[in-house]
Design a protein. Structure first.
Length: 269
């Protein structure tokens, strides 16, 4: 089952759970009100306020973290495009025959990176493409080392090799960034606090003989949608919020790699 399906089911379950807790809390409050009268709610406001504050704090914490990680993943795409473009330009330091072979490997490398992003929803396919990218990296590095050893007089160490190393590093950073998520315990705690707050909110409604459907459904919907939005930001290639649009920079770079070396359109960063 994909992560976005799990996120959707979790949000739907939370919506129903909040509705249920609001109803249970209201019934408990009505029973307590009948037993103790108007004083049944005295002194409970501080407890309710503390729980609601904790819910707000945890939602803000998880949302801010998810938004920051989304921005980081987006920025890493730009950095990766720049790193690949720089390394591509520095292939001119090589002999034409060696540069031609490496340019073909670079095209294969960018194709593999794009394929990884396009198949995130299918983990097995994404893993295969990631392994292919790693294999292409090894072949690029071996070609560069062979060029250094065959012609040590060229300024490769100072020019090309650091650029290729930076290109590889950013690819690895992107892979690790995509796997960077908060511990499951944080989401479980968030869900638990939301349900507890719904129970207390229902209890606070006990002074009215009937619950307001607008407030009940509205509260449940806001909580469920907030959690869904957080999870959507955490997995920006699977849900409604997509980071794939930023891959257009990689696609444009890949198109520019088809232009003849040294032509004005050979690279567009």
């Amino acid at each position: 089952m994909s992560k976005i399906v799990i996120a959707s089911l979790s949000s739907a379950a939370l919506f129903l759970g909040v509705l249920l807790c609001l109803r249970i809390g209201w019934r408990i409050g009505r029973r307590r009100l009948a037993e103790l009268g108007e004083n049944s709610h005295a002194g409970l406001g501080s407890v309710e306020g503390m729980v609601f504050a904790m819910v707000g704090l945890l939602i803000a914490f998880t949302f801010t973290g998810a938004a920051n990680r989304f921005d980081t993943r987006r920025d890493l795409i730009s950095q990766q495009v720049n790193a690949i473009g720089t390394a591509w330009l520095r292939l001119d330091l090589l002999e034409p025959s060696t540069a031609g072979a490496l340019r073909e490997l670079f095209r294969e490398y960018v194709d593999g990176i794009l394929a990884v992003g396009n198949t995130v929803a299918v983990p097995e396919a994404s893993a295969r493409h990631l392994a292919a990218v790693a294999d292409t990296e090894a072949r690029i590095w071996k070609r560069c080392l062979d060029a250094v050893q065959s012609d040590p007089g060229r300024p490769l160490v100072q020019g090309l090799l650091p650029a290729i190393n930076a290109m590889f590093d950013l690819t690895q950073i992107r892979v690790l960034s995509a796997r960077n998520h908060p511990p499951l315990a944080i989401y479980l705690m968030l869900g638990f606090l939301i349900l507890v707050s719904a129970l207390l909110a229902g209890f606070a409604m006990a002074r009215t003989p009937r619950q307001s459907p607008l407030h009940v459904i509205g509260f449940a919907a806001v909580m469920a949608l907030s959690v869904y939005l957080i999870l959507d930001l955490e997995y920006p290639r699977l849900g409604l919020i997509r980071i794939g649009k930023f891959d257009d920079a990689l696609r444009e770079l890949r198109v520019s790699m088809e232009a003849p070396a040294g032509s004005p359109g050979a690279l567009r960063e």
